[in-house]
Design a protein around this ligand. Structure first.
Ligand SMILES: Cc1cc2nc3c(=O)[nH]c(=O)nc-3n(C[C@H](O)[C@H](O)[C@H](O)COP(=O)(O)OP(=O)(O)OC[C@H]3O[C@@H](n4cnc5c(N)ncnc54)[C@H](O)[C@@H]3O)c2cc1C
Length: 690
């Protein structure tokens, strides 16, 4: 009740409130930028910003008035630059005026490398090519995404670039949102003008979900306020919490943890990722995932602008459907999240142990061994069968790791595979040997992290693993020394700005369930499927052992729309490739088909399991089942009720099967094309049962 009164008061307040966060302990709070909202006066003055009427009734712009379209526009395609229904320059100018100048029309940053563009600048181009990835340049850009192929590779950075740079799959206009009002205006303008809307936070998405040709983008990067709530109550939870804007990157959240006495907030493993954007929206794993759960499990309350333009609060008591869907049911689907109140915990340490094993098959006379060197905990075996036996010993132990609250990250590099790590010394059982950084062979490296454990405790947890190595003839030299285990505070010292480069990375995921560890036979088939992809397919494997069970998720996490595959999964496995630039459409299709042959082996050993959308393939077959599992139909109903206009769309999001991107060349999964409804015959085939 208190919370409703508070919200009523806030909504009746003048449009511009003072720029401070209103803190009400144990109840709803609005961050500074959330207090600046769109009201019906704005939409009267500028009808293109009108709120939608909804069939749900009670439709209001937070002030009780209804305007706008009730039904989805019936056109086959979204408006597109050059189409009759694309707003005129005057309309865009007027929109910018209503936004107070927050509308941008950015070129891709690499336009600086192309002589034909207005932003050609060789110095800037050199910076982009040589230095930008060491800092936040790409994260701070309104349109750039990290995985370039999904946009269409239309403006790649290169010194002395030849060819052309075009806007391609990048949005045409961007709203640089610094208030909820900006977000509401963008949603209303896009919906009322039938324009494709995308949401971009950091641009980390591997599947092209934060770009789109001919779109208006909401850029959330500057929705970055933070407040620590030492005692907060929501539903059945009372305890420490923190509220922060959806634009905040994880490294900044870590700095706030440090500033507030090393409190703990669950965050992603890599700190350039957004802490409340797509990461949390689709689950979100990190070093605490087997201990405190996934990112989505932490949310206590979510503030969101929905497809009708309204700003609403979702928690266990209010807008429960949204509260469910927004926690794991995918980003860019039900609304633009503006802030989330998450659980916070007391300070903890994390303790980390590393291992790497390299192998050169004896049949290879080509040279010397490959290398997998991380620290002096690196081991060498010169027999392929023995190498896979060693990996079997380690992978078998993954269950123990997650059951002890730990996670691990492993990489398995194939024969003649991608970049081997740097030169170093390996132990091969009898002597130390210096080996070159390249050469044929396999290598494996892994780091396991245990929250709230001392070095001694981790050594005890790992003791059976090393006993198991000792028990295999030829592997007894794989031993553990204390210096290979290190501990540090989770929040740690202040985090510097992390860098990220541009890539062409493509991931395919499978969350392998606990049952695969139940018998020797099921475990062996699992290992064979992994081995086939690495050894025969030549793919790099990236595995993450995570045990985010319902028990770990706790309250309210266990009620979230998180992919059920996470709840009984042990190992999130990924086959990685780089999508080569310049592939013809047919070659891209052929490569998709090739890797699917190996993915289908992984699927066959894990029937009914799932995949992690954020590190999965936009070409995942039966993605509704894989990314959402048994939650899909409930989520689809929420999507249809909350967004009958289909304002929010991104590939493989809930309900996205009704639309498709029509590219000029048919290149699979590219966002460089117009968004149109799937033609009836195909739609029927693609739509799941509601
Ligand atoms: C270098 C790197 C490291 C990674 N590390 C991890 C990791 O440790 N753990 C892990 O689980 N994943 C990791 N990922 C995957 C990551 O979770 C996804 O890329 C995720 O989509 C990133 O979300 P974002 O908001 O930062 O990026 P964006 O690309 O900006 O957004 C991703 C998606 O979320 C939507 N979205 C963003 N903000 C909002 C919002 N406010 N409201 C509604 N929708 C929104 C976007 O529209 C888009 O669909 C990593 C990816 C990369 C490239």
């Amino acid at each position: 009740m208190a919370s409703s009164l508070l919200r009523a008061a806030l909504r009746a307040a003048p449009l511009i409130l003072p720029l401070f966060a209103l803190t009400v302990q144990g109840d709803t709070t609005l961050l500074d930028f959330e207090q600046v909202q769109l009201d019906s006066k704005h939409s009267h003055d500028h009808p293109a910003l009108s709120f939608a009427k909804t069939k749900r009734g009670g439709g209001n712009g937070n002030d009780g008035q209804e305007f706008g379209h009730t039904h989805p526009p019936e056109t086959e395609c979204r408006a597109f630059p050059g189409s009759d229904d694309w707003p005129s320059d005057n309309e865009w100018r007027r929109f910018n005026t209503s936004l107070g100048g927050a509308l941008l029309k950015p070129l891709p940053p690499a336009a600086a490398c192309y002589t034909g563009t207005p932003s050609y600048n060789l110095t800037q181009c050199r910076y982009i090519v040589n230095n930008a990835s060491s800092g936040s340049f790409f994260h701070d850009d309104p349109v750039q995404i990290l995985t370039q192929w999904t946009e269409g590779n239309t403006c790649l950075p290169a010194i002395n670039a030849t060819g052309t740079c075009s806007q391609g799959g990048f949005p045409v206009y961007v709203v640089n949102a610094t208030t909820v009002k900006h977000v509401q205006a963008a949603v209303n303008f896009a919906r009322n003008n039938n324009i494709r809307l995308v949401i971009k936070n950091t641009g980390h998405d591997f599947g092209g979900r934060s770009v789109g040709a001919g779109s208006l983008s909401v850029w959330t990067h500057h929705l970055d306020s933070f407040q620590y709530l030492p005692r907060y109550t929501q539903g059945n939870y009372t305890g420490m919490a923190a509220q922060f804007g959806s634009g905040l990157q994880a490294w900044r959240v870590f700095n706030y943890m440090y500033d507030n006495g090393n409190i703990t907030i669950v965050g992603p493993g890599l700190r350039s990722v957004g802490a409340n954007g797509g990461w949390f929206a689709s689950g979100g794993h990190g070093n605490l995932a087997s201990f405190y759960g996934l990112g989505a499990d932490q949310a206590l309350e979510i503030h969101v602008v929905t497809a009708d333009g309204r700003f609403v609060v979702a928690n266990a008591d209010e807008n429960e459907d949204l509260f469910y869907a927004l926690r794991g049911g995918g980003g860019s689907t039900y609304g633009v999240v503006t802030s989330v109140i998450v659980k916070a915990y007391p300070p903890i340490n994390t303790t980390r142990a590393q291992l790497s094993i390299a192998c050169r098959p004896p049949a290879d006379t080509n040279a010397r061994a490959p290398l997998a060197q991380i620290t002096n905990a690196t081991f060498f075996v010169n027999d392929t069968a023995l190498y896979w036996k060693a990996l079997g010993v380690y992978f078998q132990f993954k269950k123990t790791i997650v059951d002890a609250g730990g996670v691990d990250w492993d990489y398995l590099y194939p024969l003649q595979g991608v970049a081997a790590p740097t030169n170093g010394t390996v132990r091969n059982g009898t002597t130390n040997a210096t080996v070159p950084a390249t050469g044929p062979g396999f290598s494996f490296r892994v780091a396991a992290t245990f929250p709230n454990r001392t070095v001694d405790q981790v050594a005890t947890i790992l003791a059976p693993l090393y006993a198991a190595f000792r028990a295999v003839p030829g592997l007894a030299h794989i031993t553990l020394t204390r210096s290979e285990i290190s501990t540090s505070p989770y929040a740690g010292a202040r985090t510097p700005v992390p860098g990220s480069g541009l890539s062409q990375t493509r991931y395919r995921s499978r969350i392998l369930p606990r049952v695969n560890w139940a018998t020797e036979a099921s475990f062996e088939t699992t290992m064979s499927a992994i081995r086939a992809g690495v050894e025969d397919g030549g793919y790099t494997w990236h595995g993450l052992s995570i045990g985010a069970t319902n028990d770990v998720a706790g309250y309210p996490g266990r009620t979230a729309a998180v992919n059920p595959a996470w709840r009984n999964g042990i190992l999130h496995g990924i086959f990685i490739t780089q999508q080569p630039t310049g592939l013809t459409t047919q070659a891209a299709r052929d490569e998709e088909a090739r890797i699917q042959r190996y993915m289908s082996v992984l699927r066959a050993v894990s029937p009914g399991a799932g995949a992690y959308m954020n590190e999965g393939d936009p070409g995942e077959p039966d993605w509704q089942q894989a990314f959402y599992g048994s939650n899909y139909n409930r989520l689809l109903n929420i999507k249809r009720r909350r967004d009958p206009w289909g304002v929010f769309w991104a590939p493989t999001t809930v309900g996205s099967e009704a639309w498709e991107v029509r590219t000029a060349d048919g290149y699979p999964r590219s966002q460089n094309g117009r968004l149109c409804r799937v033609r009836a015959t195909t739609a029927t085939a693609a739509s799941p049962a509601a």
